[in-house]
Each structure stands twice: as C-alpha cells, then as structure tokens.
Design a protein around this ligand. Sequence first.
Ligand SMILES: C[S@@+](CC[C@H](N)C(=O)[O-])C[C@H]1O[C@@H](n2cnc3c(N)ncnc32)[C@H](O)[C@@H]1O
Ligand code: SF4
Length: 478
Amino acid sequence: MNPLESLTRLDPDYPRPAVLNLLAAPHNERLLEYVANDPFGAHVFPGDIPDVAPEAFLDDLDAQLADTRPIHLWSYIPTCSYRCRFCQYPVVIVKGPADVTREKIDHWVDLNIREAQLWLQRVPRLREAPVGEFNVFGGTPSLMGLDSVSRLLNFYRENFGFGPETTVRFEGDPTTLTPDLLARLRELGCDKVSCGVQSFDDQVLKLSGREHTETECHEFLDATERLGFDWVTIDLMYGLLDQTVAGVQRDLEQVRRHRVPGVVCTKLHLRSYTDTRTGVAGDRPAAWQFPSYRNRLAEAGHRWPTLGEQYQMREVLAEGLRADGYGEHPTMYFHRADKPPETWKSIMVDQDRQDAEVAIGLGGSSSCRRSEAMTEVNAGRYAQLVQAGQLPLTSATRFGPTATEARAIKMALSTLQPLRDDLHRERFGGRSLFDEPWNRRWLDLERRELVVTDRAEGSVRLTAPGAVLVEAIMNTEF
Ligand SMILES: C[S@@+](CC[C@H](N)C(=O)[O-])C[C@H]1O[C@@H](n2cnc3c(N)ncnc32)[C@H](O)[C@@H]1O
Ligand code: SF4
C-alpha cells in the first residue's frame, strides 16, 4: 500500500483526522514520506559534524558544567524478563530461577555504579552539578531486588549533586512495580514512577509479546493511588498489531478512570533509530522489524493499522486528554491539568533551558550544547570496557554554528510551546529567529499553515496540524 492509500484508509466509525488533507497535499509530500517511513525524531538531536571523538564530548560537557542550571541525569538498567516484539532498545533478557535472575540483575547494577564512578573521575564537575531530575530508566529496572534498588539510589544520591529540588523517578512494567517495591521507592525518596502499559487490551498485549494483562495495569495504578504517589506516568502505544481505534478509545477510558497524572503516547515505530540517530537501538533488531515476519503475521489474518487509522488513534488520545484538561508538553507527553510538564524533558528541550543530559548505562545517550554522545550497545563489549576502567562511549557528534541554532529551534519546536525571539537572541549573540536561513523556512511553513509567526511580538508558534506533525517538520525542514 503506498503512503497516500494508507493515509486515506480510515475507520468509518471515527472522524477524519484533521491533518489528513494537509498531509495529502502535494506540497507536503516530504512530510508524508517522513511519517509513512515511521522514523521517530524527538529524543536524540544529533549534530552535523559526525565521528567526533567521545573525549571531545566529555571536554565539552565538563566545560558546560562549570556554570550550569540543573541537569538531567539518568541511569539505564537494561534487564527485562521478556522481549517485546516491537522493542529495539538495548535490553538483556534475564530468565530462570529467582536467585539466578537476581544475580544477573545485580551484575548490571554493579556495572552501572562502576560506570558512574568512571564518569565522576573523567568529568569531576559532574559531582557538583545540580541534578534537576534523576531517572532510573530501562529495560525494566523494577526487576531489581529491594536491596539493589536501595544500593543504586543511595549511590547516586551520595555521589551526585542531589538537592531538595531533585526529583527521582523509577521505571518498570506492571508485573514488577509491585506494592512492596513501590513502598520501598517511597521510603527512598523516589517521587515518580513510570510504567509501560502500552495497551489495556489483553489480545494486543499478548501479540506484542508483553507478559502482563490489563488486570496488572489496573493493580499497578490502584497501588500507586493507595500509596500516594504524586507523579505516575504510563506509556501507551498506538499502531500495534490488531489494535483498533475503538480499542484506543477504550484505553483512553482507563486513563480517565484512574485520572493518571502523566501519559506518554507513542506511535509504533519500527525503523531503526540508527538510521537517523534519533534514538539508540540495541544490537539485535525487534522481531517486528523484520518485514518478512510482519508479512507472515498479516497473512495469518492479523492486521496492521493503516496510517490513516494511526492518526485517528492519535486524535482519540490527544483530543480526549485535552478535553479532560491535560496539557501536551513536549509532543505526545501529556500531563494532567494540576501537574507540571515532565521535568527531564523540560530540562532538555525547553527553549529557555536545553541543559545537559548525562546517561549512564548500556546504550545511553548524553548531550550538552556543543555535542552529544552515545554509549556502547553491545552488552559484552560494554561490560568489558567498564570492567577495564574505560568509559564505554562509542560515538559522538558535534554541532557547527548553524546546526547549533537549528538544534535549539528543533528542540524548542518539539515542546509545542511558542518560540521566543528574545530567548533566541540572548543565546545566539543577537541573531534573530527571523534572520536567514530561518526566515524563509517560517515563510514557507506559514504558507503551508503549519506555523504562525508574530514578528511584532517576536514569536513563532505551531498551528494545531503543525503540532501533530512537529516531528516531521523538525526533521525535514530544519
Ligand atoms: C524502553 S521501555 C521501558 C519500560 C518498560 N520496560 C516496559 O516496557 O514496560 C519505554 C517505552 O518505550 C516505548 N517503546 C518501546 N519500543 C517502541 C516502539 N518500537 N515504538 C514505540 N514505542 C516504543 C514503550 O511505550 C515503552 O514503555
Ligand atoms: S518494551 Fe520494555 S519490557 Fe519490552 S523489551 Fe523493551 S524495555 Fe523490555
């Protein structure tokens, strides 16, 4: 099916997506091509100078930390007890009797702490830099035993710039974020939890290779409410095998039922992050990344949602959450009306921040204002490097002067907040958002009804369809 056909094939029971005409217009062919190829573009913002030595990134980072606002620090624990068919993140599967799996997970906690010590030696300013938010991401960190959780959190708290303002989050899945673990996390001063729910439809979960059901998702949400967790976010995906627009509508009802404070909605993306360096992929592709496997599933009677249906699903989620007062900041990160936007995302992409991010663990991605770097994704090589006392960064890119400006604009666009010329001028030595080469881009985007500029006020904002297509705009127009 070609992109236009896929875009126009809709579920007749749901409204036509608002972006459909715009995407079908010949002058937006590049945007359609971008979204049809399903690249994903708002996590890593790579530079234009490739193959820079990781050492250069570490020097840039150290220099920036001399005088910094709070940074985003994260620790990545790659262990999972099952491998989802859509997931291309670097994960290490641990299965078997409890004592064996515990030992394997502890090994990854040890490696993470060892790597963090190497960072502190190489970038000494990291010890003092204020941490705005500390996240334990994965993989599935919630597989850790309670002792390892304490060991990891205490290590970071004692060795990095944690203060009263630092928020701490722990990530997991519904099978392992148990009431016991949640209670321990509360004791350890962890204020936030994130859980991969993906869908509340058991059949969709099963086909995706998830080893939990809807029931466990509700149990997790009930437990967080009981324990008084203030900030709980869940991940939902759309575009999954056999998922329907009605199914996504039902997912939305479950979010409403629990009044979930934060919801991250992601379209299934299967193109490798490595193609675009917009994320970090592990060294083994996800099962669904093989076209032959996807085709076999379709031949066996399963159904992949069309592009048009994916936009209907997105609209159901986004419009439904908006109607309930949720804000969206950045793209597809929704926060309940009484909650602020995600701290770590704001640290990274808000126009007045765009501060450093340091990732410790297999397949991490770190950045500062001059460069960004990625960590080894092969588990064996990663462990060897760390055990040999070497920081396991494997590649880095730097930003030339125009790319630095473009990156700042792209990040700011991804927040969906209006871009301000005064902030741009302040950061770029008086250069305006309306200087070339940006001015002609805004004129073109304005003609295509994707942005609105107010030159008197000095601002640029995305239109409603521009906001839906922001990743495509950022990655094809800048
Ligand atoms: C790396 S996982 C960590 C959470 C936890 N392991 C879990 O899955 O429950 C973070 C989130 O990435 C999202 N994700 C993973 N693979 C994806 C893909 N191919 N397309 C879209 N989202 C994806 C899922 O929503 C997942 O919850
Ligand atoms: S989506 Fe989560 S649980 Fe599934 S393989 Fe990826 S990291 Fe592991």
